[in-house]
Write a protein that binds this ligand. Structure first.
Ligand SMILES: [Mg+2]
Length: 214
């Protein structure tokens, strides 16, 4: 068995990270609207969340003490253990480390920092950060599928499009769409997902059921 897990909004509370980032820039006089506009622009520009770029973009709106803001943000990013949803730890302890693979999208070094400082590496056989395609992990999943297709493979992600792409390309993979109540706010629900889950307790039960039945 192999379980492929997404990072943001699946095991990591990205929403909370954004809120805390927002609180920092608010102290420098920026509004929520300005922050989220800069955040969107940053994603268009570098493909991903990158604090330095966001701070640069805010500075274009109104010059401010960037160095001070950067320091506060890097302090926030220093320890991200609390940003991991607590159900992840119970989930991870229920399985063999050899069966867990983290597959995350990221184009900037920030993703690596987020993952490193979350202190979750010990729970995974492999940690893959891909910058290939924001909406499609097919080509990253393919080698895993080829290697382990004789086993049961599970894929967990909060993005409908990711789940649908994986299910379309690998019907044998059992897919779960994560819909956490505090998730990214995307309301479309997959019609291809084998299961819709609200946390990793659901995921653990579902994995367990496949083995009880067979
Ligand atoms: Mg995600």
């Amino acid at each position: 068995m192999k379980i492929i897990l997404d990072f943001d909004d699946t095991i990591f509370n990205t929403h909370r990270l954004m809120r805390e980032f927002l609180e920092i820039v608010k102290k420098f006089g920026f509004t929520e609207k300005e922050f989220f506009k800069a955040y969107q622009k940053c994603k268009e520009k570098v493909g991903d969340f990158n604090p330095k770029t966001i701070i640069e973009l805010l500075n274009e709106i109104r010059p401010f003490d960037k160095t001070k803001a950067e320091k506060k943000v890097s302090l926030m990013l220093d320890d991200l253990k609390d940003f991991i949803y607590s159900d992840f730890f119970d989930f991870a302890k229920s399985f063999n480390k050899e069966d867990l693979i983290l597959l995350s999208f990221g184009t900037t070094g920030t993703q690596k920092i987020k993952i490193n400082n979350s202190k979750i590496a010990e729970f995974f056989k492999d940690i893959i950060i891909t910058s290939r395609d924001k909406t499609d992990k097919t080509e990253d999943v393919r080698p895993i599928f080829e290697k382990y297709k004789k086993e049961k493979i599970f894929f967990i992600d909060d993005k409908t499009i990711q789940v649908d792409n994986i299910k379309n390309n690998f019907p044998e993979i059992i897919t779960m769409e994560m819909k956490r109540p505090q998730g990214s706010g995307i309301t479309t629900e997959s019609r291809l997902a084998d299961h819709i889950i609200k946390d990793l307790y659901d995921a653990r039960n579902i994995v367990g059921n496949y083995f009880d039945k067979n």
